[in-house]
Design a protein around this ligand. Structure first.
Ligand code: ADP
Ligand code: MG
Length: 243
């Protein structure tokens, strides 16, 4: 009986890509302490796209910056693929960020002097992937996001939706375990936003990648499998829109 339970626990834990334990980030503003993130413990699973919602100032960006290893917590810990990354050296962090986490931003953040192909190829170049494989992977990724006929265009020759699809391809380039998206549809009309979300959700499901999408948009959050709600830096609950 107890060994059965251990086994089911094991298979569940296998799919955990990110875990935070009592994660907090406080800021001092004069005499005041601002609890931007307050004791958040949560597990995120591969292949289970998860949205994070909450009013402005509730700690969404703080949460994303901490788990994206762009900021350090005041207390608590972060585990990625079971490894405690809270006290890693900055060199290890840069490496982990490069190989394990993909980022997608509201305003795409493409490099405007590089073509779509070059933007997707860049993280592979940085990671030291050989030319032949770079060329193949870049072409496959741009095809995946439906941009095979736009590979030589510069970002400003592409629509917002197309630019975000390039950013998705770029985020997927190094086969990350986890993709973090901060308002990825915030600058798109709702029809384009849904189409872009669908590409993102499908790619993460197919590749069994963890996905966290911060959004203000209830319709976008409802496309995911799980919604977490933040308020005043605290995780106040979660829902499963499809069940
Ligand atoms: P959200 O992304 O949900 O709008 P944030 O994570 O940006 O919220 O902010 C959470 C809280 O932390 C807010 O009260 C904000 O003012 C505060 N905060 C964020 N960054 C800083 C900072 N660098 N210094 C001081 N306070 C900050
Ligand atoms: Mg924010």
């Amino acid at each position: 009986m107890s060994s059965e339970k251990d086994l089911s626990q094991l298979s569940l834990d296998k799919k955990v890509v990110l875990e935070t334990v009592n994660l907090s980030r406080y800021y001092k503003r004069g005499e005041q302490i601002i609890k931007a993130l307050d004791n958040v413990s949560v597990k995120i699973y591969r292949g289970e796209p998860t949205a994070v919602m909450g009013p402005s100032g509730s700690g969404k960006t703080t949460f994303l910056n901490l788990i994206g290893l762009l900021d350090k917590p005041t207390s608590g810990s972060i585990l990625i693929n079971g490894q405690d990354v809270t006290f890693m050296s900055s060199k290890q962090i840069v490496d982990l960020r490069r190989h394990t986490i993909g980022f997608i931003f509201q305003f795409y953040n493409l490099i405007d002097v590089l073509t779509a192909r070059e933007n997707v190829e860049l993280p592979l170049l940085i990671a030291g992937v050989k030319k032949k494989e770079r060329v193949q992977r870049t072409a496959a990724l741009l095809s995946l996001v439906g941009l095979s006929d736009r590979v030589n265009h510069l970002p400003d020759e592409l629509s917002g939706g197309e630019q975000q699809r390039v950013a998705i391809a770029r985020a997927l380039a190094n086969n990350p375990s986890l993709i973090l998206a901060d308002e990825p549809t915030g600058d798109l009309d709702s029809k384009t936003g849904r189409a872009v979300m669908k590409i993102l959700l499908d790619s993460c499901k197919e590749r069994d990648i963890g996905l966290i999408v911060v959004t203000h948009d209830k319709d976008i959050a409802n496309l995911t499998d799980r919604i977490l709600y933040l308020r005043d830096g605290r995780l106040i609950g979660e829902t499963r829109p499809k069940s």
